[in-house]
Design a protein around this ligand. Sequence first.
Ligand code: AMP
Length: 398
Amino acid sequence: MLPDDSVPRLELFLLASATLEPAGYGFLETPIFEDTELFARGVGESTDIVQKEMFTFEDMGGRSLTLRPEGTAPICRAYVEHGMHKRPQPIRLWYWGPFFRHEAPQAGRYRQFSQVGAEVLGSDDPAVDAEIIALLADILEEADARALRLRLSSLGTAETRREYSEELTGFLRSRADELAPDVQARIEANPLRAFDSSDAGTHAVMKEAPTLLDRLTAEDAEHFAEVRGLLDAAGIEYEIDPALVRGLDYYTRTVFEFTSDALGAQSGVGGGGRYDALVEQLGGPPTPAIGWAAGVERILLAAGGAPDVERTVEVFVAVPKDERRRTGFRVWKRLRGEHSTLMGEPGRSMKGQMKQADRVGARWTVIVEDDGFELKDMESGEQRPVASEDELVKALAQ
Ligand code: AMP
């Protein structure tokens, strides 16, 4: 990540912070690597992430460690390990940092990428679902991500999903010869992923498949209706997509995804959902929770590249090599609070430093003299003596 690319990233970080902190979300950092077991158990053995995308290695003590491929399982671990479940619920958290997946790199898909994410643990209220979706919508809109679409669905509880999976498996088996080979191979392990396939034959079959939305229990259907009602009330637009399947196993009830039509094949900008069973599965008490993660690089791609941020130098301080360099240093330190100020290197000739002032586009150059300063207006080329530091500060303040 080079300096020019880092400016919009830093701005996005500040935007996320300015959106999430006042909404009650505390910033949390978890380690870059964790016990492999955490992801195997948390994300799900049958997922692509666990099966083939993790960077896993052994440390010197022979323990299996994995560079984190996602943020939710580590956050649940931290929630339990640090007794956050004993504090008043719910707990609102947000994070930002690098994640790692061994995928074939292409535009918008990298082996190391950054995610910003938010989680609310300890509440199953539909208002929390609507809140967290609204916050991601706000961030994406403020970041100027273009051509956004929000897809929404509900996966019900683990029990509903299990029954539905059996029904879907039966359906897929009966139509197996019309499915793509990779879908066929996954019928037993992960039938829901058949909805994700880009194969035309599979697509046609899946249009006729039973949907999970039609199998929700009354309670889950009511929860989903309430989430939709809240989003409607706030004017947040969405499409119901019964085929929305996310690549992680832990989701229950609400799932959602923001995509951008401005992106190519990798159109997912960010998404998430409820994971009401995950904390318990990782050894904690039963804790309903919901979260999302959004790709930093994807958000910036969807925003159409970097905003025009020019790094400008207002004042350049040209300093000779002799004693005057101390005065130059003091002036640089004093001006820095008010102006973007760059100091020349005393080892360079005055001519070289003036050239550098030109190259960095300085508006003013201060030349340190024995008995005061010369202030050069770099636009007009005019130069005038300034007797003292105070006068210099005053002159530049105008
Ligand atoms: P996920 O954790 O799979 O739900 O991903 C959440 C978001 O992270 C996606 O919508 C993407 O924006 C981003 N993302 C996931 N994998 C990658 C990757 N390999 N490279 C870049 N961004 C990614």
